[in-house]
Design a protein around this ligand. Structure first.
Ligand code: 6R9
Length: 651
């Protein structure tokens, strides 16, 4: 069946929208021509303790990079997400929580969320946590996760959420990097009826740190109810800590540029990067994008099916929706448990109007044909969203037709941990859609395409995606390493923020993201650095050298293809392959588990200066070994033939 390549804005979307195309054009023009005036107006969507007079103070000049917004204003993020809504919304549901197991559910109203946040904030204070301290949060998708983030924001502590799928070592290195005094975790987590032992992992992480362990207390949510080891003096049950605490806690006045959170993400070199976001600009940007991109209206039921461990959870489960007084679904489980109908069942159960999920989830469901939507009504849906990786037109069409009944615009939202919020996206009532394109820039965003020398290319063009000027949601620095921040994002192309992504701009000015141009993989929408996996592999006793590349994968977008050279005397075997996969899974995370492990006893293709030629390894992994290009610069071209002959991805 052939599908249209352009979907005009529907009449229905036009009638309900905040922003029609004319309004978009006019607002966009103002936002880039008069950013000060534009953002001064947008800043008013928050309640300020001290109103700001300064708006924008930014520079992308290497050696002097600075990103300051609203910098003489003070405010509190939790106040903006809670207190200011209570007069009108005390009994409105903030979260419809749906547990892993169908039938396990809970609602949390704005009043209840406020009470719980104040109690935990007071509990943290009683443990000595104060403004500026770092707190690591390692929790499943349960209401306490929202409470924990907001309680930190309330007292000015800086939260660092570590995804509950990460291993003890990944947790430990993130705790040390930002010197956290406190960890908030739970006994276990449940996803798809599989338990993750979060408290055991926390104990292991802290145990491995030994002398360098900065953590004084661990707050433990009793969630699954399983027995855990308790370290007296260090560990405290969440319910015991909060029970005696007052339900009021004055919000700490924060400068707009005081840190709100750190979130670690993968880069092209080894160590994870602690992306730092501050309070005022981030919250303005999260709230504004949430309202316009999802065309959010009072009374809508909104569901972002991401995890709070990723930036999407921060901006579009917690801060954006709550700043707008939204009612959200929060889901603990996975789309395929207990069956592939789960997403559709949750949409019908809560009459969800706006659904925001990832291409990998859509592809996983699509693989089951119509089964995921059979018997479902889904007529409550008005808008669908996609995030995390390029959505291939096939998945786009399935989502549009089967989930959205060809009635709902899809907003394909391009952004990054570093950008704090959505930068390139359709607006439902303004933008004609092209499947596979993230379409046009959001207000205030000036994207450009440059060639490898940094020359801007006008009109129809393909190359590296950069952003030319700052926006309020932009990251401020890498925690503790401003130099690395400047080098990573501002040294490649002078005066520009480099995204690490490639893009094409078409004749209508629409952007098509073509994937990472650096050594970062995107596995099911999760970012992983190849260097991170490689250093894990070479830490295994059997491995002398390793190279990791991505290859096209039907469900995950990219799969992980690993080449390993065994140490002398080590005989590769199926057993050993299994052990290698388990090793990476344990050391980093199940997400990082190699899909294909090719042994390379004869070695890897290298230049004469000893650099592994990943370009060649990528081609072999993609089963495109007939397009290897020039291999004459290799020190030993014969290793290529051996690798091609033993390749694992044969279609
Ligand atoms: C929000 C988030 C960022 C990287 C980014 C890009 C890819 C995200 C995308 C997309 C094409 C989209 N990406 N959304 N690519 N179309 N709609 O995912 O943040 O985890 O930091 O990943 O994800 O490659 O650079 P993060």
């Amino acid at each position: 069946m052939s599908h249209p390549s352009l979907y005009p804005v529907s009449a229905k979307a036009k009638t309900r929208t905040h922003i029609t195309d004319d309004v978009y054009q006019e607002m966009y023009r103002q936002s880039v021509e008069q950013p000060e005036a534009f953002w001064a107006e947008q800043g008013k969507r928050l309640d300020w303790i001290t109103p700001f007079n300064k708006v924008k103070d930014t520079s992308f000049e290497l050696g002097n990079v600075k990103v300051n917004w609203f910098s003489d204003g003070t405010l509190n993020a939790s106040y903006n997400c809670l207190d200011r809504h209570l007069a009108k919304r005390a009994s409105q549901v903030a979260f419809y929580w749906e547990g892993d197991e169908p039938g396990v559910q809970k609602t949390v109203t704005y009043q209840q969320l406020y009470d719980q946040v104040c109690q935990l904030a007071n509990g943290m204070k009683s443990l000595g946590i104060k403004k500026g301290d770092r707190v690591t949060i390692y929790l499943p998708m349960i209401p306490e996760a929202a409470v924990a983030l907001l309680a930190c924001a309330r007292i000015g502590a800086v939260h660092s959420v570590v995804f509950a799928g990460f291993s003890p070592d990944a947790l430990g290195s993130r705790i040390v990097d930002c010197d956290s005094k406190l960890v908030i975790t739970s006994d276990q987590a449940l996803r798809g009826n599989r338990a993750t032992h979060l408290k055991d992992n926390t104990d292991a992480a802290l145990g491995h740190l030994g002398e360098s362990n900065p953590v004084q207390n661990v707050i433990v949510v009793k969630h699954v109810g399983k027995n855990i080891d308790f370290h007296n003096g260090r560990d405290i049950w969440y319910h015991e800590l909060v029970a005696s605490q007052s339900k009021t806690c004055e919000p700490e006045p924060m400068n707009a540029e005081d840190p709100l959170f750190i979130l670690y993400t993968s880069g092209s070199t080894g160590k994870p990067k602690g992306v730092l976001h501050t309070t005022g600009g981030y919250l303005v940007y999260a709230a504004m994008t949430h309202q316009y991109v999802f065309d959010y209206h009072d009374g809508d039921i909104y569901w972002c099916a991401a995890d709070v461990g990723w930036v999407t959870g921060h901006s579009y489960i917690i801060y954006g929706p709550l700043a707008n007084g939204a009612s959200s679904v929060m889901f603990e489980g996975v789309p395929t448990y207990p069956s592939v109908k789960r997403i559709a069942q949750i949409v019908d159960k809560y009459q969800v109007n706006i659904l925001y999920t990832a291409p990998t989830a859509i592809r996983a469901l699509m693989a089951h044909g119509d089964a995921p939507v059979e018997g479902a009504d889904l007529s409550s849906l008005k808008i669908l969203g996609s995030v995390g990786e390029p959505i291939n037109p096939e998945a786009w069409n399935w989502y549009y037709e089967k989930v959205g009944s060809s009635q709902c615009p899809i907003v394909d939202t391009w952004w990054q941990t570093e950008t704090g919020g959505i930068l390139i996206t359709p607006l439902p009532g303004a933008t004609a859609l092209k499947p596979g394109s993230a379409t046009r820039p959001f207000f205030g965003i000036k994207p450009a395409i440059v060639d490898n020398e940094g020359n801007q290319r006008d009109g129809v063009a393909e190359g590296n995606l950069v952003i030319l000027d700052s926006w309020p949601g932009q990251m401020r620095t890498l925690y503790g390493d401003h130099d690395r921040f400047e080098q990573t994002y501002f040294s490649t192309y002078a005066g520009m923020y480099f995204t690490g992504d490639g893009a094409r701009r078409d004749e209508d000015g629409y952007y098509w993201l073509t994937g990472r141009v650096d050594d970062v993989l995107n596995i099911s929408g999760h970012r992983l650095g190849t260097a991170e996996i490689e250093s894990c592999l070479v830490a295994h006793d059997a491995v002398a050298e390793a190279a990791v590349v991505g290859y096209p994968h039907d469900i995950k977008g990219q799969g992980i293809y690993v080449y390993v050279t065994p140490r002398v005397g080590v005989e590769p075997s199926d057993e050993l392959t299994k052990a290698i996969r388990a090793w990476v899974r344990e050391e980093i995370s199940p997400i990082a588990t190699p899909d294909l492990v090719q042994w390379a006893p004869a070695g890897l293709p290298k230049t004469r200066s000893g650099k592994i030629m990943r370009r060649i390894l990528r081609k072999i992994a993609a089963n495109e070994h007939d397009q290897l290009g020039d291999i004459s610069t290799l020190a030993d071209p014969s290793v290529v033939d051996i690798l091609v002959n033993n390749r694992l991805n044969r279609k």
